[in-house]
Write a protein of this length. Structure first.
Length: 368
């Protein structure tokens, strides 16, 4: 009898362990639930003004804030808010058509991910027709392309390749969305080939990435774009895809390093490996998204990374004010080979660079 009870207990332990780890990403106290935080941040977008790239076109921070709000509305089945977001988009078909980004740069082609997200929610073909050219032109070489752009294309990469780490979110997000609406594997093949190139060329032995090859500093949000991009790609890349193991290797190497550099507070610093640098929210949220998704997808050991993911989320929430604005967000930052430059970057509250990744975390926590 004792022997049978022992066997039963041993069989229950793995099940109880899974439940315990799952609860790390549920059972949040009041004020910290993804539903509460998501509503605050997403609803703020209703009255938000455009944040234009070069003063001309819808920018990538606005695009990702918009799509994050849309996904939150879809996950929570908030049809009224979906309609609000549609109404906000409607002028881009008519009176604000001039704000649609042109298709000649990774920071502009990423816009296609937004209408493709609307298409998945609404099934209205006009969103599909607007979004797909942004994915396709990323691999269609224009006649006036520079020699180095043609050279990238001849090797099977996008002619927009420039080996900046934030590219691997910009490229990945539009190509994976194109795959989701077409089920054509070529879009994942493109993103995967590009990701392997960036990992091989840019990832350091410690798993992190310099802001640029000539700027040897581990800037937080730059690394955040890569962490979010590789996470996004792995969500859709088939298990038998030829590039999956290499990409998963790069992901695991990065996640191990990020866990090492997570501060006692649960955040990460503006310069990841500098203890006297300040805690920055946008990049920390990107890392939290990578942790949350990794645990829920089974890519990361739940016992090791579940508590780290929860710790990050609990640290992030207090930076959201009662109006849904995230504080301590580093402003848009170009590369500079000067460490003090990164210490001194201005910080903003409500900057879309921070609003969007918070919604990625919210949505990752809400997804089943």
């Amino acid at each position: 009898m004792i022997h049978k009870k022992l066997i039963t207990l041993l069989l229950l332990i793995p099940f109880q362990f899974v439940l315990a780890q799952k609860s790390e990403l549920t059972n949040f106290p009041k004020g910290y639930t993804p539903e509460e935080v998501g509503k605050l941040i997403a609803y703020r977008f209703e009255d938000a003004k455009h944040a234009l790239h070069a003063g001309k076109w819808i920018s990538y921070p606005e695009t990702f804030y918009w799509s994050g709000a849309l996904k939150f509305a879809a996950l929570t089945k908030d049809k009224k808010f979906i309609k609000v977001l549609q109404n906000k988009f409607e002028p881009l078909f008519t009176t604000e058509k001039a704000l649609l980004p042109i298709k000649n740069h990774v920071d502009l082609n990423m816009f296609g991910s937004l209408p493709l997200a609307f298409y998945q929610v609404t099934k209205e073909k006009r969103y599909y027709d607007l979004g797909m050219p942004y994915a396709d032109t990323q691999w269609e070489v224009p006649g006036n392309a520079k020699p180095e752009e043609k050279e990238w294309a001849n090797k099977g990469y996008t002619w927009q390749t420039r080996l900046w780490i934030d590219d691997m979110y910009m490229i990945t997000i539009v190509q994976t969305q194109a795959y989701k609406v077409t089920k054509d594997i070529k879009y994942l093949d493109r993103a995967a080939k590009e990701m392997v190139l960036y990992l091989d060329e840019l990832q350091r032995p410690n798993g992190l990435f310099y802001h640029a090859p000539d700027v040897p500093f581990y800037w937080l949000r730059g690394n955040g774009w890569m962490a979010a991009g590789v996470t996004e790609l792995l969500r859709y890349l088939p298990k038998n895809h030829k590039d999956r193991s290499r990409i998963m290797e790069g992901y695991h190497t990065m996640m191990k390093s990020l866990k090492k550099y997570q501060t006692e507070s649960g955040m990460w610093n503006q310069l990841i490996d500098e203890a006297d640098s300040w805690a920055e929210t946008s990049g920390s949220a990107m890392f939290a998204y990578a942790f949350i998704t990794g645990v829920k997808q089974g890519w990361l050991d739940a016992n090791e990374y579940g508590p780290a993911a929860r710790k990050a989320w609990m640290a992030l929430v207090p930076y959201v004010n009662d109006k849904g604005a995230v504080s301590e967000v580093c402003v848009g930052t170009n590369k500079k080979n000067d460490k003090q430059y990164y210490y001194d970057r201005p910080r903003r509250t409500g900057d879309y660079h921070g609003q969007a990744p918070y919604l990625w975390c919210v949505n990752a926590l809400l997804e089943k």
